[in-house]
Design a protein around this ligand. Structure first.
Ligand code: GRF
Length: 178
């Protein structure tokens, strides 16, 4: 059973649902995240940092809730907060993230803009296991996409996301089968 963490638009959550994967819970750090509306009948909950005295307590509450919903594999699908060790220790080797670059190149929250500014000829999507670092942790799979001369951040991100939507359900499906 899969728990998905979201902060934004949730197109990767949609790809997991469309693939028929067993998503049992969707959690967000933002109550207003549009992604939550995609969950349909799947239970959702928000864990805003302001509601807790620190990050570790927030992450413990989120981990408790996800486990109570049966989640054993956790997917960060556009989740824009670092997870504390408290959370990661509850799901050892079972937290994966999707990122819009060919990691280890261009980690961080502005990867698409930074790749355009650097003038790279090729970009892509990466799915990796999560550790305490920023977009670090063992890489599970990557898909390459070209960068075009007239690309904007929007057009490049759309091409990368199309790759993410192919890659993420495949890798998560494999992880659940083990
Ligand atoms: C994706 O590009 C993902 O790689 C990055 O955040 C974006 C999330 O998009 N971590 P969405 O919310 O799944 O549409």
């Amino acid at each position: 059973m899969i728990g998905v963490l979201v902060s934004g638009t949730g197109t990767n959550l949609q790809a997991l649902l469309d693939a028929g994967l067993p998503v049992s819970a969707v959690a967000s750090n933002r109550r207003a995240a549009p992604a939550l509306e995609r969950a349909g009948p799947v239970p959702t909950a928000s864990f805003e940092l302001d509601d807790y005295s620190d990050r570790a307590l927030r992450d413990a509450a989120m981990a408790d809730w996800l486990r109570a919903q049966g989640a054993r594999v956790i997917v960060l699908a556009g989740y824009m907060h670092l997870l504390t060790p408290t959370f990661l220790e509850r799901f050892p080797d079972a937290v994966v993230n999707v990122h819009p670059s060919l990691l280890p190149a261009f980690p961080g929250a502005h990867a698409v803009e930074e790749q355009l500014a650097a003038g790279v000829a090729e970009s892509g999507a990466t799915v990796h296991l999560v550790d305490e670092g920023v977009d670090s942790g063992p890489i599970l799979a990557q898909e390459r996409v070209p960068v075009r001369a007239d690309d904007t951040a929007e057009t490049l991100h759309a091409r990368i996301k199309a790759a993410e939507h192919r890659l993420l359900p495949r890798v998560v499906g494999e992880l659940c089968a083990h």
